[in-house]
Design a protein around this ligand. Structure first.
Ligand SMILES: NC(=O)c1ccc[n+]([C@@H]2O[C@H](COP(=O)([O-])OP(=O)(O)OC[C@H]3O[C@@H](n4cnc5c(N)ncnc54)[C@H](O)[C@@H]3O)[C@@H](O)[C@H]2O)c1
Length: 219
């Protein structure tokens, strides 16, 4: 694949830096960035990536429409109205949105759904641990797991030190419990998912996609 010219919103953040580093290694070129200190533009990006905060969404949509570039959005903490805005945007341009860009998380979700179907009268609880700087609670990923389970499930959130991200789904029967856990060991794993999404979306027409579509397509 040729090198891709990309734009990045939230470029100075923890995820922003990780994405720049991986994109550099793959010889993709950062041609537009936006963060709290303003924008810097050299060329129209072929793909726009956003890892920032929900408050930035209006600006992100504005840029995506201006550049007419596909959007990959990993920001978490959106409300229902914002999620609708993202869906609406995908009627005009291609969008990949996911609260978790790791491969393992998709495996956890698939496994949890399978266990839920088998363990019909067991309790289910979700727990998540993240670093102290995380702005949203519960995590977007925990909400995504809950949505996949399709029923009311309690979520417990811990904020500890510099934990990148840990999610567990626990099942409890009378006499036994079963827990499956996913740990993101570094932010690079999310950046790798983003790179896969970039390759997936760069030549797509309009439409709404998730990381699941990206990974399924690769198989
Ligand atoms: N989907 C995933 O796989 C995934 C993985 C990790 C983190 N995240 C999410 O990505 C987002 C960023 O995470 P992070 O750890 O990099 O956070 P961060 O706080 O390190 O970075 C956020 C960046 O956005 C910028 N920003 C904030 N408000 C802004 C504004 N009004 N205008 C312009 N720029 C603004 C900040 O200056 C900062 O550089 C969070 O929502 C986080 O939950 C998603």
């Amino acid at each position: 694949l040729n090198k891709i010219k990309y734009g990045l919103i939230g470029a100075s953040g923890k995820m922003g830096k990780e994405i720049i580093s991986l994109m550099n290694e793959n010889e993709n070129e950062l041609v537009f960035k936006y963060d709290i200190d303003g924008e810097s533009f050299s060329e129209k990006p072929e793909v726009l990536i956003d890892f920032s905060l929900p408050a930035v969404l209006g600006k992100t949509i504005e840029y995506a429409l201006k550049f007419k570039s596909p959007l990959i959005i990993g920001t978490t903490g959106f409300n229902e109205a914002q999620l609708k805005q993202i869906r609406k945007l995908s009627e005009k341009i291609p969008v990949v949105q996911s609260y978790n860009f790791s491969v393992g998380m998709q495996m956890l979700i698939q496994s949890a759904v399978l266990l839920k179907e088998k363990l019909t009268d067991w309790d289910i609880e979700i727990s998540e641990i993240h670093h102290r700087f995380k702005k949203d609670k519960p995590s977007g990923t925990a909400i995504m797991i809950k949505n996949a389970l399709g029923r009311e499930v309690n979520i417990s959130s811990l904020r500890l030190g510099n934990v990148v991200g840990e999610h567990s789904v626990s099942f409890g029967g009378l006499g036994e419990t079963l827990t499956i856990t996913h740990s993101a060991l570094s932010r690079r794993t999310f950046a790798e998912g983003v790179l896969r999404a970039v390759k997936f979306i760069v030549d797509k027409e309009k439409g709404f996609y998730t990381i699941k579509d990206v990974l399924d397509k690769e198989q």
